[in-house]
Design a binder for this molecule. Structure first.
Ligand code: ISE
Length: 337
């Protein structure tokens, strides 16, 4: 801490890393950006200067810097597991953007490292937990407003995404919906079946659109709908059907304009705009939790179990059949408080 501010090091100065860094520097109470790392030194310097921070090109040096109290990882997915492990090894709290790793094996390594440390240090960037309309649906289910949940329906509608493979869509994009389904249904996903439409007719694994069918361990069912090129914008919807009703997120907060026999409503262009407030809430609550000594939010267990389901989806892509998702037993460290 310096000047009673948690000193955060940001790894990765791309779109999401720069967004997090500027949120911490300008809008987060109790924290400051101490340093920004990127392999592109110029990009690191631009964001660091914007945040009054030092610039690094080496993640290991940033993590080891004694002036840095906590880390936020926003590097490319392939680096997340190793960098999270380095933070745990250094005993520093870390908010790692999803996915926590790109394989179950690496997710397991992060779990083992936290269990060896005997405490939760890692949080995973499933920011929909901090989106008001998702939190409202969670509260409805927790209160029993719709009775026992029978089905989960998620829509993840992206604007154009470059060269999406079905595997990339699962690990990088649908990982959000997998977590949302586990979190809101309060149940593990036990089986998946993936079907998709190619974006390039001659490339079997290219993906324009996908449907994932889910079976939950408690008998509920669900579907995830994914688009890699909506043609109209960015839209995230969750609808849960229960024995006594339905709970559905509000997908747009923009007003509806009625004019000339037409009703129209704005649609978010993409995730930074749709989840701007959720990202702010996420990092503020993460900082408050570190300062208060009480870890919170999506844990390494959530990161691991989302990967268990994601790898089952990839097996379904390969087999063309439904596949079981079976993870390890949940360690007590991750039992609900
Ligand atoms: C991106 O990485 C995100 O995390 C967004 O939330 C998601 O909607 C998008 O599909 C991903 O590419």
């Amino acid at each position: 801490m310096k000047n009673d501010l948690l000193q955060v090091g940001v790894i990765g100065a791309g779109m999401i890393g720069a967004l997090h860094a500027r949120n911490i520097a300008r809008k987060t109470q109790g924290a400051a950006v101490a340093a920004v790392m990127d392999v592109d030194s110029e990009r690191a310097q631009v964001v660091a200067a914007d945040c009054g921070a030092q610039a690094y090109t080496d993640a290991g040096a940033l993590i080891a810097d004694p002036a840095v109290d906590a880390l936020l990882i926003a590097s490319p997915d392939a680096f997340h597991a190793e960098q999270t492990l380095a933070c745990i090894d250094a005993g520093k709290p870390v908010l790692c953007e999803k996915p926590m790793a790109t394989s179950v094996a690496d997710g397991e390594r992060v779990l083992q490292a936290e269990l060896a440390a005997g405490r939760r240090l890692a949080q995973v960037g499933f920011m929909r937990v901090y989106d008001q309309t998702h939190a409202d649906v969670y509260d409805m289910l927790a209160r029993g407003d719709i009775g026992k949940a029978l089905s989960f329906r998620g829509e993840h509608i992206n604007p154009w995404r470059e060269n999406s493979s079905i595997e990339g869509a699962i690990i990088n994009s649908l990982i959000h919906d997998i977590h949302s389904a586990r979190w809101l249904m309060n149940a593990e996903i036990s089986q998946v079946f993936v079907q998709w439409v190619r974006s390039e007719p001659d490339q079997p694994r290219s993906a324009r659109y996908a449907i994932v069918q889910l079976a939950f361990a408690d008998g509920a069912i669900g579907t995830l709908e994914w688009s890699g090129d909506s043609g109209y914008g960015y839209e995230i919807v969750v609808e849960i059907t229960g024995e006594a009703g339905k709970a559905r997120t509000i997908s747009h907060s923009s007003p509806v304009l009625r004019r000339g026999h037409t009703a129209s409503q704005g649609v978010s262009p993409d995730w930074p705009q749709r989840f701007a407030q959720a990202y702010l809430n996420e990092v503020q609550i993460w900082v408050d939790a570190i300062r208060g000594g009480q870890p919170t939010g999506p844990s390494a267990w959530d990161g691991y179990m989302s990967l268990v389901v994601a790898e089952a989806c990839i097996r379904s892509v390969e087999s063309g059949l439904p596949e079981r998702a079976v993870g390890r037993q949940r360690p007590a460290l991750y039992n609900p408080r």
